[in-house]
Write a protein that binds this ligand. Structure first.
Ligand SMILES: Cc1cc2nc3c(=O)[nH]c(=O)nc-3n(C[C@H](O)[C@H](O)[C@H](O)COP(=O)(O)OP(=O)(O)OC[C@H]3O[C@@H](n4cnc5c(N)ncnc54)[C@H](O)[C@@H]3O)c2cc1C
Length: 445
């Protein structure tokens, strides 16, 4: 696998401190490795939300489906994210969407975002999954006194999602237990927070119960054409199959398959979790709500108080991957946390971890057949919002693989195969310039 970050980016050390692993340890997710010559209808490469959601839907439809993960299901972003099951998946605003896919295309995309949350909700209910669900929608918090612009967004949210957001003044935020130096906020009543590994292990168990065969420690090194099908090879075996789904997102490589080269941009995201806090500590900061929230910065922070009163706080960043760079990020994230929640300066961080999200040049996910590779499909690039959208993309892929038109919104923007970023394997250089621009806008615009 030719990957574009240094080896440290893919190192187990980066999830050693993951809070979610306390309730769902790695051993519950580990699976045997693939050995020998095997056959399947469909091979899914990658055992995160995309791959497992696809495998579950395919297995339920009676397909012989096999999931291969390089490490174990949930080792990637799906087992280590912030737990926001929310709208999102693209970085395009409405006017960019309309320029690219027209008004109908914008509507379809917004409908898909909403349907993605509903799909996760439905999966949790259908499979009886207890995922420590909390938060009623999601609150956007203004880091500058320009929050009046939220008023302008009410009509857009109503038109896009058919719900009315609530605008919150600074005083209202304090009344709701969301005090943190923010100038105002807007709650969109869609989405909820969950324990991502509990959701992941629930999907895994359901997929296996439906007949999917799941393997860990099985990095796919190549996909080659054999007759009218495909041979998917790992170090100790191979599988001959009719169809393949690539579900590797931020952990993709340039050569699995070669088509991926340059068509994805991994980006790092990092999270800290505090020890549980007492009621008086929460009251001292004025943050007592379990609402999930994020701020208006371009390099945004995302956070929520979890049911056991630990605070989860995450942010994007970190352009280099090395133990030294990682130490720098862990200091930076704590510094931002202390600045935003000063009453909790003395509250210890008990957990720190980081992982990879994924961007595409078109700033929206891809979900479809890979050009010139009949029977090979891919779903990736959720731009940091994949709990709902990756699950959704997996369900769409299950239909596409079976030659069915999805009976859920399948937006035009997701159908377009991504082009290539400039600079090939050195394309991460683009992110240095982009992050510098975001940093300046966050401070000075
Ligand atoms: C720190 C962090 C916080 C986040 N917070 C949120 C959040 O709060 N809400 C939200 O919506 N999204 C969040 N995200 C993003 C979200 O987690 C991802 O978009 C989503 O999990 C992607 O799922 P996936 O299945 O496509 O990929 P992943 O879960 O990354 O899975 C890809 C899998 O592919 C496997 N793989 C790669 N190459 C190969 C190969 N050659 N052979 C076999 N297997 C291979 C990897 O081992 C990995 O397990 C966050 C991400 C991070 C890193």
């Amino acid at each position: 696998m030719k990957r574009i970050f240094a080896r440290h980016a893919y190192d187990d050390a980066r999830i050693a401190g993951c809070y979610w692993a306390e309730a769902v340890p790695d051993r519950l997710l580990q699976r045997p490795d693939l050995a020998g010559d095997q056959k399947a209808d469909v091979v899914v490469i990658g055992g995160g939300f995309t791959g497992l959601s696809a495998a579950l839907a395919l297995a339920k439809d009676g397909a012989d489906v096999m999931v291969l993960d390089a490490v174990f299901p949930g080792w990637g972003a799906s087992g280590r994210n912030g737990g926001f099951c929310c709208l999102g998946g693209s970085k395009l605003d409405n006017s960019s969407l309309e320029r690219s896919v027209g008004v109908a295309g914008r509507r379809e995309w917004r409908a898909a975002e909403k349907a993605a949350i509903e799909l996760v909700d439905d999966l949790l209910t259908r499979h009886g999954l207890d995922v420590d669900r909390h938060s009623d929608g999601e609150t956007l918090l203004a880091h500058k006194p320009t929050f009046a612009r939220f008023e302008d967004e009410i009509a857009e949210v109503e038109r896009d999602y058919g719900v009315t957001p609530e605008i919150l003044t600074r005083d209202m935020l304090a009344e709701r237990g969301l005090a943190g130096g923010f100038h105002g906020g807007m709650t969109v009543p869609l989405g909820f927070a969950l324990h991502p590994r509990k959701y992941l292990v629930g999907l895994l168990t359901a997929a296996e119960a439906a007949g999917a065969r799941v393997f860990g420690n099985s990095p796919v090194a190549g996909i080659e054409r054999i007759g009218s099908g495909w041979r998917v090879s790992t170090p100790r075996g191979h599988v001959d199959c009719s169809q393949v789904i690539i579900a590797t997102n931020g952990y993709s490589s340039e050569d699995v398959p070669d088509w991926m080269a340059g068509r994805y941009m991994p980006a790092q995201s990092s999270v800290i979790v505090t020890r549980p806090m007492s009621d008086s500590e929460l009251a001292a900061q004025g943050w007592t709500s379990h609402q999930m929230a994020y701020d208006t910065r371009r390099l945004l922070h995302y956070f929520h108080l979890m049911p056991e009163n630990r605070f989860l706080f995450g942010m994007r960043g970190g352009l280099r991957a090395s133990p030294g760079a990682e130490a720098g990020i862990s200091r930076a994230i704590r510094r931002d946390f202390d600045a935003m929640f000063p009453a909790w300066r003395g509250v210890e961080t008990t957990h720190y971890w980081s992982g990879m999200v994924c961007l595409a040049p078109k700033l929206a996910p891809f979900c479809g057949e890979v050009p010139d590779m009949p029977g090979v499909f891919a779903g990736y690039a959720y731009h940091g919002n994949g709990v709902a959208m990756a699950s959704y993309c997996g369900a769409l892929l299950a239909d596409l693989v079976q030659g069915r038109s999805p009976d859920r919104p399948y937006p035009e923007i997701m159908k377009k195969p991504p082009g290539r970023f400039p600079l090939g394997r050195f394309r991460r250089a683009i992110m240095f310039a982009a992050y510098a621009g975001f940093w300046l806008r966050d401070r000075f615009s």
